[in-house]
Design a binder for this molecule. Structure first.
Ligand SMILES: [Zn+2]
Length: 677
């Protein structure tokens, strides 16, 4: 363990954050009080180093700690005017920061400051929140921990709660920790090691107590199952069918990204007799419902029906959810409350199938799912101990809408142009495809990387973490195309942008072109685009959010030249396919446009093969001078790069050409014979 107390804090925090049942993502905070110097007066002071708001224990770094002058934080008590002034009190924390670096001080800062011990851990362990949310939680804590652990009834985090905690610690010198009702655990010690050991020991004892009580039960904790789960492949098939529909309903105000999971713990809960009662109670820990909303939407649709056949019933369940959210908002809002946020559910539970979560990005949707899993674990524990009780609605509203949370939302970075959109790019592992994927990811899109080259797909997907998934796809295989859209639905909720980029080429004269070669080019370029566009439009109709199709065609669709019969006719057909679809699917708010590149040699698999040699021979130049040759015969005399094509794609979908469909953008350096007329 490091010698410096602040390094010790970072070390301990990372260890605590490793296990998500110890604390949820971003949840809880840890601190140390250590001697320091006031940066203004250079006087010695006690510095409280605490995890800043928004960072996560598992990955916490020293730079994410906020150092505060602890005497100033303690001095805030003089001006404290009560629970209704917590926002004012929290704003003053910024004046106690001992040094400008680090994040914003957490709302829990006073809780740490007022405890007269060097090291403090505040965490949200599922097993202890189970005690914190159980009926008779105070008695249960006493029963398990005796005099070592105290109890404070629910109060919104802030200075008032910190004063109550400090007073409790003063009045009971033997206390080592306190369970905060409805919320979590606070433990303290004189050294970092002791503090860490204490936190873990208390969690272990909570888990053991729950296990012991659970072992003695004759019936399932959530009651008997009322729904039988479908087999894993079957439920994923159902989830993929339903996801675009759920995404449509959940995106009634703003487009959402969706994810799906079907853990046993989730299935056991949502298919149980007690699920409707417990779901109605709402989640408890403030961290949980800030991510998941206070309640999920528990669907009453049977697991084995075709979701499209009951889409009106599902729509009605979403409507009822939104009405209930509006009721919740209006029951507690006052003149100072910010406007109602999206009334749509974040967590959608389909018994027998699994959990769907909706958020503005794929990581946030995943995290919301993790939080609801935490909430289910909490309910299971509390129901084992006695009975679970959710947080009072008014209190929940107070947390969801208080000014500090509002400020946190305002601090979020503005969204990028393609944020909340999902793109599927075919031929994505090639030069142009890769450039499009990189550009779209950089602009905020989630991307499905599809290519027949499995290794290329995997290598590219690894660049982007959660923002991309890779799929090995042969665009001529109808079943594989359908499977790709299902996979996209499960990974991101659906697809909004399709780029038909897959292609191959040969350069041969009419006499030398075999019928098989001719058919192959038609199959990949023309029929392949047709299949993928068809699957996309079918998908987009269910999703109801419109969409974009981009065809990466070629100058060869316009210009006639020698030795190009198979490729040129396939590209010509593909270009007309674009126009035909633009005319057909506008009704579904789907725009269809094309980019006509020419001579993109860098990174091109096409030019790396025989095509490059054949083209070079056709034009009578050496292979390595082909790029220069193409550049010189253009009006602008500049070589075309893959990122130029990607830029044109972005222009088509980035928001500035929303009223354009059926258009072709040439990216060819200016070729007069390719001018459209
Ligand atoms: Zn907390």
């Amino acid at each position: 363990m490091p010698a410096d107390p602040v390094d010790q804090l970072v070390y301990r925090s990372n260890l605590l954050g490793r296990d998500r049942s110890t604390t949820n993502y971003g949840g809880g905070n840890t601190s140390v009080k250590a001697p320091g110097v006031d940066p203004v007066t250079l006087n010695p002071i006690e510095v409280l180093w605490i995890k800043g708001s928004g960072s996560d224990l598992a990955t916490l770094q020293r730079s994410e700690l906020v150092p505060l002058n602890n005497d100033l934080v303690l001095g805030l008590e003089r001006g404290y005017r009560g629970v209704s002034h917590e926002d004012h009190q929290a704003r003053l924390l910024a004046c106690c920061v001992a040094n400008g670096a680090g994040g914003a001080p957490s709302i829990d800062t006073p809780l740490h400051a007022l405890i007269p011990y060097a090291h403090v851990d505040h965490v949200h362990p599922d097993a202890l929140i189970a005690f914190a949310t159980a009926v008779e939680g105070r008695r249960l804590v006493e029963e398990v921990y005796g005099n070592e652990v105290g109890w404070l009834d629910w109060q919104r985090p802030g200075y008032g709660l910190a004063i109550k905690l400090r007073d409790l610690v003063k009045s009971r010198p033997g206390l080592r920790a306190v369970v905060l009702g409805g919320h979590g655990l606070v433990a303290w010690a004189n050294t970092s090691k002791e503090c860490y050991d204490l936190t873990l020991t208390l969690i272990d004892r909570a888990m053991a107590a729950i296990d012991e009580r659970s072992a003695g039960r004759s019936s399932p904790i959530f009651g008997n199952r009322t729904v039988v789960d479908l087999a894993p492949t079957e439920r994923r098939r159902q989830a993929a069918l339903a996801m675009p529909l759920f995404r449509q309903f959940a995106s009634s105000q703003q487009r959402m990204i969706g994810t799906y999971r079907d853990d046993d713990a989730i299935l056991d809960f949502i298919g149980s007799h007690e699920a409707p009662r417990l779901v109605q109670q709402g989640t408890s820990c403030p961290d949980h419902f800030l991510r998941t909303k206070q309640r999920p939407l528990l669907l009453s649709v049977p697991p084995d029906v075709d979701p499209m056949a009951v889409s009106e019933d599902i729509a009605a369940e979403f409507d009822a959810y939104r009405e209930d959210y509006a009721r919740y908002y209006h029951a507690s809002c006052d003149g100072n409350s910010s406007a109602m946020r999206s009334p749509n559910p974040v967590v959608i539970l389909w018994p027998g199938i699994g959990m769907f979560t909706m958020a503005r990005s794929s990581p946030e949707a995943r995290i919301a799912g993790e939080f609801y899993l935490n909430a289910v674990n909490v309910m299971r524990g509390a129901e084992t101990l006695s009975a679970y009780q959710g947080l009072d609605e008014g209190e929940a509203f107070g947390i969801e809408y208080w000014a500090l949370e509002e400020a946190k939302l305002k601090r979020m970075l503005p969204e990028k142009s393609l944020s909340r959109r999902v793109a599927l790019v075919t031929g994505a592992a090639g030069g142009i495809g890769t450039a499009i994927v990189r550009r779209f990811v950089a602009e905020g899109a989630s991307v499905v990387i599809a290519d027949i080259d499995a290794d290329g797909v995997m290598a590219l997907a690894q660049e982007f973490g959660e923002q991309a998934v890779g799929i090995c796809l042969d665009v001529t295989d109808e079943a594989a195309v359908d499977a790709a859209f299902k996979r996209a639905s499960l990974a991101f909720g659906g697809v909004d942008l399709l780029v038909n980029n897959a292609g191959i080429s040969i350069s041969k004269s009419l006499v030398d072109t075999s019928a098989t070669e001719f058919d192959t080019l038609q199959a990949v370029i023309n029929r392949g685009s047709f299949l993928v566009s068809q699957a996309f439009v079918r998908h987009a109709i269910v999703q109801g959010l419109g969409g974009d199709i981009i065809y990466i065609v070629s100058k060869n669709a316009i210009v006639a030249g020698p030795n190009n019969i198979a490729y040129g006719t396939a590209k010509g057909a593909q270009l007309h396919q674009m126009r035909l679809l633009a005319a057909e699917v506008a009704e579904q708010n789907i725009r269809v446009n094309a980019v006509n590149p020419d001579a993109v040699i860098e990174g091109s698999k096409i030019f790396a093969g025989a095509w490059g040699d054949e083209r070079a021979a056709t034009y009578g130049v050496s292979r390595d001078r082909l790029g220069e040759f193409y550049a010189q015969r253009t009006l602008l005399k500049r070589e075309i790069l893959p990122q130029d094509v990607a830029a044109a794609c972005f222009v088509l979908v980035g928001g500035n050409l929303e009223k354009t469909t059926g258009m072709v953008i040439p990216v060819d350096g200016g070729v007069a014979s390719a001018f459209l007329r």
